[in-house]
Design a protein around this ligand. Structure first.
Ligand code: GLC
Length: 422
């Protein structure tokens, strides 16, 4: 596992010539899209302002590769982890290693965030994860191509599948042999849990485990959703989609080789960045639904910042976290990178609204986003998600029929539950 952090090799120290009283705080930054630069620039600004140093550890772009490494560092009470970037689904798992931030952050700095994000950062009465940006699964589409083929933005998955095929076939006939209808995340990992919970939930198939902890995944809606997704492989999506994560699917779309892309909001920032080939050609919408009138179900993907309770630099770590998750920095990240603020008042900020036009176009996606069952399954979430994405991957690859796979999955989940995992 060492190779992923490559600890010293990947760590970048900012402000090497700091004064003797300065403290060095380690921070984890994601490496998807432009996020590393954004994070590094923010940390640099804090270092400059306070005279302290930051040691940045670059996380793998696929976040679930980072979780075991966090678990390792935190169990060892390592000093290489002060301020941590936390996926919303890790908060329950890591809670015992995290500082209670309600004791160190001003109340108003916490209350400035959307209540749902503050609730997600609170476990067993302890507030351990300050919201940093909010996210949901979105549908990016080639606006120019839908116009060319006179197709509306599809509302249901059936309509979507037809449109993706028609535009793909038209573009191939016109000479782009590499064109595909739909790029998404089909690799066997946490990202597939997100994609698949979106399909399942939009077919009224629930969220694997319901709010009370009951296992609900073995149902007809879920089977129909998986059957449909299996049908995309080799028709509107390449076989290789079974190995795509966020970044590989994004590169297919941004190279001009996909009509639709399911991804997170950051793709607005990357695809509409200066000199990008798709500037002005991309639209963003809520994901389609299983049947007319059903709710769109983007997966909720909020990111938080937390502090290791083993830190020896508590004050400096709190200062860095407050700066990174503060209003000015959230505003800069929204404008420069399309990261959606969690601070409610920034949604009235004209500069933010101008930079993120999709907030208006895809409003329902944010309003109706669906949470993975991490709160109710607590420390068992990882096992639940792994069992789910492996079963889904088997169906996508044609190794299993949806009904049989879901039945076996429900039985596996019962075992996990019985072992006292939730
Ligand atoms: C994004 C989301 C995160 C999710 C991950 C899956 O990083 O923010 O919540 O777990 O994608 O790959």
């Amino acid at each position: 596992m060492k190779h992923v952090w490559g600890a010293a090799a990947l760590a970048v120290s900012l402000f090497a010539a700091a004064p003797s009283w300065a403290e060095t705080v380690s921070l984890f930054c994601s490496s998807s899209g432009a996020e590393y630069e954004l994070c590094k620039n923010g940390a640099e600004a804090w270092a400059k302002k306070t005279g302290n140093e930051v040691k940045i550890n670059k996380m793998p772009a696929a976040w679930d590769e980072a979780l075991p490494l966090y678990q390792q560092l935190l169990s060892a009470q390592s000093q290489d982890a002060d301020v941590l970037l936390l996926d919303v689904v890790w908060i329950g798992l890591l809670q015992n290693h995290l500082l209670d931030l309600s004791a160190v952050l001003p109340k108003e700095d916490i209350a400035a965030n959307f209540p749902s994000t503050v609730a997600a950062g609170t476990v067993n009465g302890k507030f351990v994860a300050q919201p940093w940006y909010t996210d949901t699964g979105l549908m990016f589409y080639r606006r120019d191509l839908l116009e060319k083929y006179k197709k509306p933005v599809p509302k249901t998955w059936a309509e979507f599948t037809e449109t993706a095929k028609a535009v793909q076939d038209g573009e191939r006939a016109a000479g782009n042999k590499d064109m595909w209808g739909f790029a998404w995340q089909g690799k066997s990992y946490e990202g597939l849990t997100c994609d698949a919970i979106e399909w399942v939930s939009s077919f009224d198939g629930g969220t694997i485990v319901d709010d009370k902890g009951n296992i609900t995944i073995d149902n007809a809606g879920a089977a129909a959703a998986l059957k449909q997704a299996h049908g995309w492989v080799n028709t509107i999506s390449p076989q290789g989609v079974l190995n795509y994560d966020e970044e590989s699917s994004r590169s297919v779309f941004e190279a001009g080789n996909a009509v639709f892309l399911r991804n997170w909001a950051y793709v607005w920032g990357t695809s509409q960045g200066k000199d990008q080939p798709l500037v002005g050609k991309v639209g963003v919408a809520a994901l389609p639904v299983g049947k007319d009138g059903a709710k769109s179900s983007g997966c909720m993907g909020t990111a938080h910042l937390g502090i290791s309770k083993y830190t020896k630099h508590k004050d400096a770590a709190v200062s860095l976290l407050s700066f990174m998750a503060g209003k000015d920095e959230q505003k800069r990240r929204a404008i420069e990178g399309a990261y959606n603020p969690t601070i409610a008042s920034l949604y009235d900020d004209a500069d933010v609204l101008k930079a993120l036009p999709f907030l208006k176009d895809a409003q329902t996606a944010f309003a109706d986003s669906v949470a993975r069952p991490s709160a109710v399954t607590g420390s068992g979430y990882n096992r639940v998600s792994q069992a789910f994405y492996k079963a889904v991957h088997g169906v996508l690859a044609g190794e299993e029929q949806p009904e049989a796979a879901l039945k076996a999955l429900a039985a596996d989940l019962e075992t996990i539950k019985k072992r006292g995992k939730w």
